[in-house]
Structure formats: C-alpha cells, structure tokens
Design a protein around this ligand. Structure first.
Ligand code: AHR
Length: 543
C-alpha cells in the first residue's frame, strides 16, 4: 500500500463513524483511480560486504577553500573586532559555530588566483598594506585578514592550514621567508616578529601548495617551466616547526591538471615522470587537480529558478569527475605504483552564472538541493578512489561558488551543501566498504543518469554507515540492502530532500532544505528503506 493510500485510510478513522469512514474511503479510492496512477517505487538491491574493507576514506577529502574573493573572507569570516556582529578577535562567531560542526580537516588559503599575487608581508603586523584585488572585481584588499588571522580562524574552527604560496609573481625567497615567519622556533628575527605580532609558538602548516593553476592565472607556464619552479620551491620553502620534522611533516602539493584534454595529460605526465626520477633535494606528496561543474564556459546555468533539464544536465556533467580521476590516476600509477603521491582535488563544485545584481567578479550564487546531490556524487567518487584521492577542497567555503554558508551583514544561512558535509562527518577516516548494485536509469530528455548512487564505510567503532542518493527527481526508490559480514541490531538515519530541484535555504526561510529523520526496517541482515525523489540519505547500522 502506498503512503498516500495509508494516510487516506488512517486519517478519517479517528473523527468519523464507521459508515462515514467507509464511504469516504470508497470516494477517496475512486478519486485516486480517476486522477492519479498508483506508482510503485522501483526497488534497487544493494549488496554491502562489510567483510571486505577497502582503503581509508581520508578525512582530508572534506577540506574547504577560502579565497580573498568577493565576500569569501571579508564579511564571510572577518568582520573586525569592532563590528557589532558577534566576533572573537574579528572572526564571526556564527560562522565559526557552523563550521565547527563539519569538523573541517583543512582550509586552503589565500587562493586560488589570488595566491599568485599575494605578498604575505602586506598582511602581518599592526600596519597593514592596502592593495587591490585585480583578479576578483578590482576591489580594495585591506589585508586586515592575514597570516595571524587565518591561523586564528583555523584554531577557532579546529582545522589545519593548507597554504598556497605565490609562484606566479613572488619569489622562492619570499615564500621561504613566509614559512620561516610561521614555523621557525622563536630564535630567528622572523620568528621574533611573529612573536611580536602575538604568536610566540611556531604555527603548524600541514600542507603547502606550490602555486595555483600555473598553466593559467598562475602565470601561463608550460609544464617544463613550472616543473623547474616546483623543484626550486620544493627545495627551499622549508617548514622549521620542531613538531613537524619527523612526524606530521608538511605535505607539498604541486600544481596538476585542470581537465582531461591532451594538454592536461601532458601536464600530469611531466610532473609524475619527474617525480619518479626525483632526487633527495626535492619532493612532492600531492598533485592538485581542479575540476568545476560548469557544462560550458562562461558559466551560464542559473543557481536557482531552474527546472529538471538544468538539474539533469548539471548532474551528468558532474559525473565526469569519475573519468577525470581515472584518467589522471592511471598516469600517476605508471610513475608511482605505490601511490605515494595523492591526487588532491583542491578546487571542485558547481559554478553557475552570477546572481543578478551581484558583482560578477564576486562569484555569488545560490545553493540548491541540486548542489546537495552534486556534492554527494563527487564525494562518493572521491571515496571510491580513496587509495589515490586523499585530499579535496570544495570551492568555496563562504559566500563564493558552492558555499557551505551564505552571509549578509549579520544574517547567516546554511546551504544544502553544508548539510551534506554534516551528514558525511561519520565517513571521515572511515574504512571504505564495497557496495554492489544495479543503479537503474533515470532519463530526462537526452540525458540518462544512474537512478541511484551509494557508498558504505565502517567507522573506528565498527559501526557501518551507508549513503544512498536518489537522483530521480520524480520517483521514489525502495532500497533493499543485503549486508554481509555484519549483524544488524538497529538502524537510524537522516534524509535531505525538498519539494523542488532548485529548492534553497534563504535568510527568510532557512530550513527549506534540512535533513530529517528517516526510518528503515531491519529483517535479519536485510535493511529496507524508501528514498524520496531527489534525496540524499545517510543511515548508520549498529551491530
Ligand atoms: O575558485 C575560483 C577560481 O577558480 C580560483 O581562484 C582559481 O584557482 C580557479 O580558476
């Protein structure tokens, strides 16, 4: 019996006499027969084998990216200590509280394209140097949010630093001095300057990005030219933090590809071939990859106010991530079969047309249920490639592109993407568990997509977590998960859906797209649950 019929039958029972009730049911059944075909949800069978654990889903794939771009930093994170918006040393409390929940493993900063024009000295000490931000709207860059403020922000949200150093317009010396300023024990002049600026102890810099898109906004370099720069920066930009010498060493990430075409495969080939032959004097631990879901440049799809055609096309395009990762992983496997170098997808997400009336250089867009589905599809692809993809950073954290949080002065709203990251917290550092299924097909016009996507993982306490996405915006799906290698005691979970593919959370209505509890049935080792159309569901299976 479908849910609607069940409601029709049970609803009037409490209020009406038996005969009234009977006639209403008959009327309701006739009405239903005449007006709506009874739709039976498709069933998708998942085989989850918890006895065959795979790679660890590195929590670093849930990383974020905060660039000096539009209101990503200023207003989004930094309001200054004198603001009437509640803050701690200038950093918004509401944003910190929201981000803490996500257990953000790392934040990439200060860019993006901004990084290759950033000069760190402008952003330290009591007197900041005011510059411009030519990449993003040509606006004034006050540099009031600099190194110390970034590290304070990380400390407040409980995250780690992923610094991008300036290769495009900086020098190896400038980058080396930045790292000395941040990490040297308090004996050097630069470390004393750091102490004078309020932080005596060395900072921990967990990740170092050597340039950004050096094939484009980072300096239009050829692979060979960038490679020679990479070797110099890798050699001289040192981390002196005593706590990061033997353990927790800073990981160095080289610029990698930005697509799948021959120029990008040549780029990956060049970096990885050199890595295979690298000597003691330089090294890398990661190769970056950037891939936005755009369909075609310049981004023209609307971020709100769209229908099923745009929904299905964007999701089809986002699934290209799978082929892109496979392609570059195969090249990496050739030169690094032991998978020492991680593929770091440090810019990904949906990139749409700027919201009407916004500064086009600020990359302002809404964030809808479609983006929640898009995020799960990408996170699931990263998880399936957990042996190579060990870090990723969604673009971007606040107010820019596919953000977690949108602010406007004192107002704040959490996006559907925020809730996906929240629902995925249990997958951080969990062990991948294989799920086999026939996804079926959802078709709209000339676009065909898998109806369902799913991943599973086991956390450190042995609890099994299952994520299932129903891409179909019209039809519910019955999931029958057959579990091997685990006995089931109880199941609990949440689902994220909304009435429309472009449903959003707004300042006025912030709870349009928020997770709600979902119920599942357990029969021996079988778990069944119903997925609403266009929904993201995470359940935990207690054993
Ligand atoms: O995220 C916006 C921009 O996209 C970044 O600055 C750049 O690296 C990429 O092209």
């Amino acid at each position: 019996m479908n849910q609607f019929l069940a409601n029709v039958i049970s609803g009037p029972r409490r209020r009406a006499s038996r005969s009234m009730y009977r006639s209403r049911v008959v009327f309701a059944l006739i009405a239903l027969t005449l007006t709506a075909p009874v739709v039976t949800a498709q069933t998708v069978v998942l085989s989850v084998d918890a006895s065959k654990p795979g790679a660890k889903i590195d929590r670093k794939i849930f990383g974020q990216f905060a660039e000096h771009l539009g209101h990503g930093i200023y207003d989004g994170i930094w309001v200054g200590p004198d603001s009437r918006i509640p803050n701690t040393r200038g950093i918004r409390n509401d944003v910190v509280d929201a981000l803490k929940v996500l257990k953000v493993p790392n934040v990439r900063w200060p860019g993006g394209c901004f990084a290759d024009e950033y000069h760190w000295r402008n952003g330290i000490g009591p007197q900041r140097v005011v510059t411009l931000n030519p990449n993003w709207g040509g606006v004034v860059e006050p540099n009031t949010f600099g190194t110390n403020e970034f590290m304070d922000f990380l400390n407040q949200i409980g995250s780690e630093a992923y610094l991008s150093v300036n290769v495009g317009s900086g020098t190896p010396r400038e980058a080396a001095e930045w790292l000395e300023y941040m990490t040297a024990p308090p004996s050097t002049t630069l470390a004393k300057e750091r102490a004078a600026n309020g932080h005596a102890a060395p900072y921990k810099v967990a990740f170092l990005g050597i340039g950004n898109e050096s094939w484009d906004c980072g300096g239009n370099m050829t692979p060979d030219y960038y490679l020679s720069q990479l070797k110099i920066y890798s050699r001289f930009v040192r981390n002196f933090n005593p706590a990061q010498q033997d353990q927790q060493q800073m990981l160095k990430i080289a610029v990698g590809p930005g697509g799948g075409e021959p120029r990008w495969t040549e780029w990956t080939e060049t970096m990885m071939k050199a890595y295979q032959q690298h000597t003691w004097s330089w090294d890398i631990n990661g190769l970056s990859m950037h891939s936005y879901t755009v369909v075609k440049w310049p981004p023209s799809y609307a971020s709100v106010g769209f229908g099923e055609t745009e929904y299905s096309r964007i999701l089809k395009t986002t699934l290209d991530m799978e082929g892109l990762i496979s392609k570059h992983s195969a090249i990496m496997d050739k030169y690094d079969p032991q998978k020492k170098v991680a593929l770091v997808v440090d810019e990904w997400g949906g990139w749409y047309a700027p919201l009407p009336g916004s500064n086009p250089g600020f990359l302002v867009q809404q964030n809808s249920l479609r983006d929640a589905v898009l995020a799960t599809l990408n996170l699931n692809i990263f998880a399936r490639h957990a042996d190579r993809v060990r870090m990723a950073n969604i673009a971007q954290m606040i107010n820019v592109l596919q953000a977690m949080v949108i602010t406007d002065k004192e107002k704040i709203v959490l996006t559907p993407t925020y809730y996906v990251f929240k629902m995925y917290v249990p997958f951080q550092d969990a062990t991948f568990v294989p799920v086999a299924f026939d996804a079926g097909t959802y078709t709209h016009g000339d676009v065909s997509l898998p109806r369902v996507d799913a991943i599973a993982a086991k956390d450190a306490n042995g609890k099994l977590w299952l994520e299932v996405t129903n891409l179909d915006p019209n039809e519910a799906v019955e999931i029958e998960a057959n579990l091997t290698g685990i006995s089931v005691k109880s199941v609990a979970g949440e689902t994220l859906t909304a009435p429309k593919v472009d449903s959003v959370n707004t300042f006025e209505a912030p709870t349009g797209v928020v997770p709600k509890p979902v119920s599942a049935r357990v029969q021996g080792s079988k778990v069944t649950l119903k997925l609403e159309p266009k929904s993201v569901t995470v359940i935990s299976i207690e054993n």
